[in-house]
Design a protein around this ligand. Structure first.
Ligand code: PEP
Length: 261
């Protein structure tokens, strides 16, 4: 059975003092039943690694270079992230796609670079409001997913975490409805099943204005394995509340599973 995963995306937020406070609050209070990670800005990886040592919270980055090493000023390689104890890196976040020119081919190359050193890419996909309104949600996601699959190869798809993040729900305070989320997560699961026997092992997250109050229904959906959390990951009480919602959703899954035996 897939464990729930809750990942904080700090974006370009934090400083040494605030990080210490936030990570201090998380390090002892995240429930054991939930996999939890924080994706911190590059300069704070060392600090976060130290503060999380011995804790069950794992570490991630928010982006990675497509290149392995060399004359690429300003880039950070996957091997460097691994060196600092990262387990995950986000690739293809909509802010990078819209503001920094990360197209799906580049996102695929970044995912491949991450996998080559054993990092787990958290691949973000999602549609804009205009794309949803014109009925193109699945076509947009298929395009984003196909492009990445063409680069990493079908046999590597089971090494991804996929985060469905509708662009219109990110940072807007308006999370997608449970019905909207389940419909897309099930589409993504079906897309995976057509390409890899490992489709049932892939964790598919939802991201976009998740709060402790909305997390339970979203994490309890049949194809939902947790969330990618932006703003609420910067407030310890909120992030812990979301982790607790994941724990409860996990317990419900276990009960259902036991009931089926
Ligand atoms: C995100 O940026 O990945 C995100 C989900 O942000 P928020 O939770 O703030 O909408």
């Amino acid at each position: 059975m897939r464990r729930k995963l809750v990942v904080g995306n700090w974006k370009m937020n934090g400083d040494l003092a605030r990080n210490r406070e936030l990570l201090g609050a998380l390090s002892t209070r995240v429930p054991d039943e939930v996999d939890c990670a924080v994706c911190v800005p590059f300069p704070y990886l060392a600090q976060a690694r130290e503060l999380l040592s011995g804790a069950s919270v794992t570490l991630g980055a928010q982006d990675v270079s497509e290149f392995a090493e060399g004359a690429y000023t300003g880039e950070v390689s996957a091997a460097m992230l691994a060196d600092f104890g990262c387990r995950y890196t986000i690739v293809g976040h909509s802010e990078r796609r819209s503001m920094f020119g990360d197209d799906s081919a580049l996102v695929g190359r970044k995912a491949l670079a991450a996998m080559r050193v054993g990092l787990v890419p958290i691949l973000c996909v999602g549609e804009s409001l205009e794309e949803r309104s014109s009925g193109r949600t699945e076509a947009v996601l298929r395009g984003q997913l196909d492009a990445v699959a063409g680069i990493v190869g079908a046999s590597s798809l089971s090494k991804l975490v996929i985060a469905y993040e509708p662009v219109w729900a990110i940072g807007t305070g308006q999370a997608a409805s449970a019905a909207q989320v389940q419909s897309v997560l099930s589409f993504v699961r079906g897309w995976l099943a057509d390409r890899t026997p490992g489709a049932d092992d892939v964790r598919i997250l939802y991201g976009g204005s998740v709060k402790p109050e909305s997390a339970g229904p979203l994490f309890g959906l049949p194809d939902s394995d947790g969330g990618l959390i932006g703003a609420a990951s910067l407030i310890a009480a909120q992030f812990l509340g979301i982790c607790e919602a994941a724990r409860i959703a996990w317990q419900d899954n276990v009960r259902q599973f036991e009931g089926l035996k």
